[in-house]
Design a protein around this ligand. Structure first.
Ligand SMILES: [Zn+2]
Length: 472
């Protein structure tokens, strides 16, 4: 539990936005965030009320800018930052062509440190204060990523990528060495920098990891109480390869279940091609999901089915998945999540329409009418379940991501007692000739989500300390 709220030593004035529930927003037009000397939220609410209680506290007046909780990126790759937006490939050839070479460069610790520095500076400039990240297979390169995160003052969970098969020779590890190095890095960094840094065991995905490596990861993560992150069901070719490598497993999720990798400390990225039974496994085990809509569009991987996660109460956050994702900004990712839900809705309606047109053909088969009814009933045609609107996207990028990391008591919303991680955003001016007055807070949030460029992010704070300020 967070400690009781202390006295504010500084007030930040602006329109406040904070998530209250997956579909509920708290907005205060003339709002105020009071920050304590220890970097916690001491007060959040109406400016007039808070200022009257704390007349001595200095005020930073950000109006007409808005104050939002720091954004949470639930899935991204530090070394791939330099290879964003290389279009024209599916997952597996794209890894070979662009990604493995950028990761091999992390063998040079100095390169790893410089790339990581630029990555965190860019993330802060996008308003991201907490990230769950992949480094590379290199222990020293991963250590440099942690150092850069510590210097940048961000919150991050980072892991050394683990691959003991089906990887290029320069990135391939021996199983026991991979486990030993990850174990040492976890001991060194899990809980470092006053708890801002955590270790995440990072077996890349089932194609590049032996069953023995994955079982070893499950044991180490349990021993340390550390996070686990990996990829699941991103691409149909990947599914076929996994089925060939693990013929005894009932399905892809079963491979991870057999290794002991499912559970509330595990974040699975993507989850595009899962059966109902696999979704049940994720739900029952409490496994968390990183939804990476921009990446899924970019690599033509598929479209996430939010309804499956929502119906099971699975904790979902958003991941930029750079470099497959073309942007490090969670504002772009929120927009993509809204669009992905509409794409899913459109796909399912199109499928229903085509199946409906085949009603006569089904009717001629024995039991065909019942079969058609059963197939149609499984399509997601109720937009209230699966559509993601700006309020929901905002939740996913803040409190949803915090919940997925087990940090919902500490970050993710602007509530007394939580860390004062926040971002100051200038709402977009859609048309300078049209009056901005009269927009409801919900409308302002919608425009922020669909129209925020990095230049609109004025400042980013972690634990009350300014870590980014727009210069130009
Ligand atoms: Zn990824």
């Amino acid at each position: 539990m967070a400690p009781p709220s202390p006295t504010p030593v500084r007030l930040h004035r602006g329109m406040l936005f904070s998530p209250a529930a997956p579909d509920r927003l708290v907005a205060v037009e003339d709002g105020c965030l009071g920050v304590s000397a220890g970097g916690r939220v001491a007060a959040a609410g109406e400016y007039a009320e808070i200022a009257a209680h704390h007349p001595q506290a200095p005020v930073t007046d950000w109006r007409p800018a808005a104050i939002l909780p720091g954004l949470v990126d639930l899935h991204s790759h530090i070394p791939q930052y330099v290879a964003m937006a290389m279009d024209g490939y599916d997952l597996l050839p794209w890894l070979e062509r662009f990604i493995y070479p950028t990761e091999a460069a992390f063998a040079d610790p100095r390169h790893a440190r410089e790339t990581s520095r630029r990555f965190f500076a860019a993330a802060l400039a996008c308003g991201t204060t907490t990230s769950l990240l992949y480094a590379t297979v290199h222990a020293e390169g991963t250590r440099m990523a942690f150092r850069a995160a510590e210097e940048a003052g961000v919150r991050a969970a980072i892991g050394k990528v683990m691959m003991d098969r089906n990887a290029p020779a320069e990135l391939l590890e021996e199983t026991s060495a991979s486990l030993t190095e990850a174990d040492a890095l976890c001991a060194e960094w899990n809980g470092a920098a006053e708890g801002r840094l955590r270790y995440a065991f990072t077996p890349r995905f089932a194609i590049t990891c032996s069953a023995g490596l994955m079982r070893g990861v499950a044991g180490l993560a349990a021993d340390h109480g550390a996070l686990i992150q990996t990829h699941l069901a991103e691409n149909p070719d990947e599914l076929r390869t996994v089925a060939g490598l693990f013929p005894e497993a009932p399905h892809y999720t079963g491979v991870y279940a057999d290794a002991g990798l499912l559970g509330p400390s595990t974040v699975m990225a993507h989850c595009l091609y899962l059966s109902d039974g696999e979704w049940d496994l994720l739900g029952e085990s409490g496994t968390r999901v990183a939804h990476c809509a921009g990446s899924n569009f970019f690599l033509r991987s598929g479209v996430f089915d939010m309804g499956q996660a929502k119906r099971r109460g699975i904790a979902v956050g958003l991941g930029t998945d750079v470099g497959a994702g073309p942007s490090l900004s969670l504002f772009d990712e929120m927009e993509s999540a809204c669009f992905a839900s509409r794409a899913r809705y459109a796909l399912e309606r199109a499928a229903a329409s085509r199946l409906g047109a085949m009603r006569g053909e089904f009717g001629r088969l024995p039991g065909g009418a019942d079969l058609l009814a059963s197939v149609l009933s499984r399509l997601e045609l109720d937009d209230s379940v699966a559509l993601v609107d700006p309020v929901q996207a905002f939740y996913l990028a803040t409190l949803g991501g915090a919940q997925a990391l087990g940090m919902a008591d500490e970050i993710g919303s602007l509530e007394p007692g939580k860390w004062a991680d926040f971002v100051v955003v200038r709402p977009p001016v859609i048309d300078a000739a049209s009056p901005e007055e009269g927009r409801t807070p919900r409308e302002v949030l919608s425009q922020i989500i669909y129209r925020t460029e990095p230049s609109a992010i004025l400042a980013t704070f972690v634990a009350g300390a300014e870590r980014h300020r727009r210069t130009a």
